[in-house]
Design a protein around this ligand. Structure first.
Ligand code: PMP
Length: 416
């Protein structure tokens, strides 16, 4: 059972929230840790760590086939985690939830299992210029195999999708639209419902990369109307190695497994194998049971704290940080979309992003420097790398102040 720091109607008490995260209370290089790398992975509240540890201390067994008590407990824990993920995404049926390792695996599964059997030479797969490599490379791989063509919806100077080009890019040959809900490199929140409605009207299957959305906003896959939605546990305060693929049941029925093994079959002989129903036919082998248990605890945690309140808190931080960072001389913010999640990306004139990251680390500040697995975004803005501060539910205004004074220090040390 999780114990979030405050009930939904309380004002947001970030100091109480922070007490739930043991890792935050340490010194790094002689300074209090300021963790602003939540876009890469978030820290875990004690209730998630305890849920995993309790599972191993009390209930550990393999799932589904056992008749003994521990097997029943492990199965119950695993399947109730599936129901928890269903509720979190507002899906219709828990059988529409496939457990995977993370967003990357989910997208690969859809590309291989759903798209490959449907695609013919000359068909088109549409992605966007702001995608993470995880939502580019799997589509490139299957386009090479099938002779389908990869098309890209561009972004503009603000870091928003060029929606005026969408109609031209979605036509009779377009079979799949794969796009991100929130850009990890720019923070842009895309107007998904509107885009998906257009795609559905044209019979195009949609898959949403929700890796950066799940920690920051309420998701309702039925309202969005998408066919598939993917997210990773570790970015939403859960453990690594577990993630979710939501798929609408008629499509999951059509989709082929790309891994065979135990758990995913109904009947096996040397002549023929029949597969289990979804989601099991996509879950070959022993699943990450403890990961699913930890994920369920994380979803409980954010839901009880209130995703709307979390979003409000993070947007206040983003606004405060944007105003302060843009006052630092020589800094250019990359990504000025009208709607953004808690991600602030920038470059400092004459200083490489890695140097910014290293100097910040000397002050105990963890930020990310590099291409953020979104090289096409870097190319679009004419940079090799950027620095990214990404906010989570436990970050504070004082931490933003530390970030800003860190940036002044960088400019002083680098003499810019
Ligand atoms: N998509 C986006 C937008 C991401 O930010 C990430 C993680 N950085 C991924 C996909 C891949 O997620 P994972 O590494 O958990 O599979």
């Amino acid at each position: 059972m999780s114990h979030p720091a405050s009930a939904p109607d309380d004002p947001y008490d970030v100091e109480r929230v922070r007490r739930d995260f043991p890792i935050l209370h340490q010194q790094v290089n002689g300074h209090p840790l300021v963790y602003l790398d939540n876009g890469a992975t978030s820290q875990k509240p004690r209730c998630v760590i305890d849920a995993i540890s309790d599972y191993y201390l009390r209930d550990n067994s393999n799932v589904h086939r056992g008749v003994h008590t521990l097997a029943a407990r492990a199965t119950e824990a695993f399947e109730s985690a599936r129901t928890r993920a269903q509720e979190f995404l507002r899906a219709q049926d828990s059988k529409e939830i496939v457990f995977v390792r993370g967003t990357s695996e989910a997208i690969n599964l859809v590309a291989r299992g759903y798209a490959v059997p449907q695609l013919k030479a000359g068909d088109e797969v549409l992605i966007t210029e702001m995608e993470h490599h995880s939502n580019i490379v799997p589509w490139q791989m299957i386009c090479q195999e099938t002779g389908a063509l990869l098309r890209v919806l561009p972004i503009d100077e603000q870091g928003e999708l060029s929606l005026d080009q969408l109609d031209d890019l979605m036509h009779a040959k377009t079979r799949v639209l794969a796009l991100t809900h929130v850009s990890n490199a720019l923070g842009t929140v895309n107007p998904l419902a509107q885009i998906i409605r257009k795609a559905r009207d044209k019979g195009i299957v949609t898959i949403v990369d929700g890796a950066q959305a799940a920690p920051h906003m309420r998701i309702d896959v039925q309202k969005l109307g998408c066919d598939f939605y993917a997210f990773s546990g570790h970015k939403v305060y859960g453990p690594t190695g577990i993630g979710v693929l939501y798929g609408r049941m008629p499509l999951l029925r059509e989709m082929q497994p790309y891994q065979g093994g135990g758990e995913m079959i109904r009947k096996v002989s040397f002549d023929e194998t029949t597969y289990a129903d979804p989601p099991y036919k996509f879950e070959a082998g022993t699943p990450n049971i403890a990961g699913a248990v930890g994920l369920a605890a994380a979803l409980d945690y954010v839901d009880e704290l209130g995703l709307e309140r979390i979003a409000r808190h993070e947007l206040t931080l983003l606004k405060y940080a944007t105003a302060a960072v843009e006052k630092v001389a020589g800094i250019r913010i990359i990504g000025r979309a009208r709607e953004k999640a808690g991600i602030l990306t920038f470059i400092i004139d004459g200083v490489h992003a890695h140097d910014v990251g290293t100097i910040m680390d000397h002050q105990g500040i963890a930020i990310r420097a590099g291409h953020h697995c979104a090289m096409p975004v870097m190319k679009k803005f004419g940079v090799a790398a950027t620095t990214r501060a990404s906010f989570g539910l436990y970050n504070t205004h004082q931490e933003v102040d530390a970030l800003v004074s860190g940036l002044h220090e960088v400019r002083e040390i680098m003499g810019t």
